[in-house]
Design a protein around this ligand. Structure first.
Ligand SMILES: [Zn+2]
Length: 249
């Protein structure tokens, strides 16, 4: 039964998503992500195991701490839900293969990078290193020539680097991200990733101007859009590239 696998991937994703919430919250605060059980950020009361069911607990508790009634951020169930969806989507595209395993790790890392980048405007090297090893793993499975991956490393990162030198406007984290993401994707899918990131970032920027919200600096960080582009390109990049080329030739 196909649907059973989707549900299993979704539940597995949402459980890991609740761990990613811990990572996203604690890493920038320099707290250990393995030591110490989950506690309420308001009153520090440890959260009971039966209140740690992904997504559902938030709604059972009415979005509030059981002890101090302080509201929990809606972000927590949202990230659990999104992780579940990303896992199910990855399975949908790559089925029961190694690529699905690489895909769910990739989705996880990109989601954590996105949230920490939104919170702190920083992309930690630890995650870039994990991405690098993931890229090596994917190169052995992708079926693309090694040269395609190597060109992917440079094709956007070099122009980014030059722009950064000229304008000081591009973060080093973004350059590393599109270099390593490009190594993973190969050059065609890297162009697709960059295209998606630019469109998504551009649309949000226009929306912010219209809503007079340009002050929301966190939404202008380019990292999250790159993450979105890299993941979509991982799933559909080469077919999107071929489709786009066929439109013109
Ligand atoms: Zn509390």
């Amino acid at each position: 039964m196909q649907i059973t696998f989707y549900i299993i991937f979704f539940i597995f994703g949402s459980i890991l998503g609740s761990f990613y919430n811990v990572v996203i919250y604690r890493l920038p605060r320099k707290e250990s992500i393995v030591v110490g059980s989950s506690h309420c950020p308001g009153c520090n009361t440890p959260i009971k195991p039966y209140d740690l069911i992904p997504i559902l607990s938030y709604f059972i508790l009415g979005g509030k701490c059981r002890s101090c009634k302080k509201p929990y951020s809606f972000r927590y169930p949202l990230i659990e839900f999104i992780t579940g969806c990303l896992f199910a989507l990855t399975y949908h595209v790559y089925g029961y293969t190694w690529l699905t395993l690489i895909g769910i790790v990739l989705a996880s890392i990109l989601l954590i990078i996105t949230m920490i980048d939104i919170d702190t405007m920083e992309i930690y090297d630890t995650f870039q290193i994990i991405l690098f090893f993931l890229a090596i793993a994917f190169i052995t499975q992708s079926g693309l020539p090694l040269g395609d991956h190597l060109i992917g490393f440079f094709i956007i990162s070099v122009p980014f680097y030059i722009i950064a030198l000229i304008t000081n406007g591009m973060g080093g984290g973004d350059i590393k991200l599109i270099a390593i993401g490009g190594l993973l994707l190969g050059w065609k899918a890297t162009l697709v990733a960059f295209f998606i990131a630019s469109i998504a970032g551009g649309m949000i920027a226009i929306l912010l101007v219209l809503l007079k919200q340009q002050g929301r600096k966190s939404l202008i960080a380019f990292g999250p859009y790159l993450c979105l582009g890299i993941y979509i390109a991982f799933l559909y990049g080469n077919s999107l590239f071929d489709w786009y080329i066929r439109l013109f030739f």
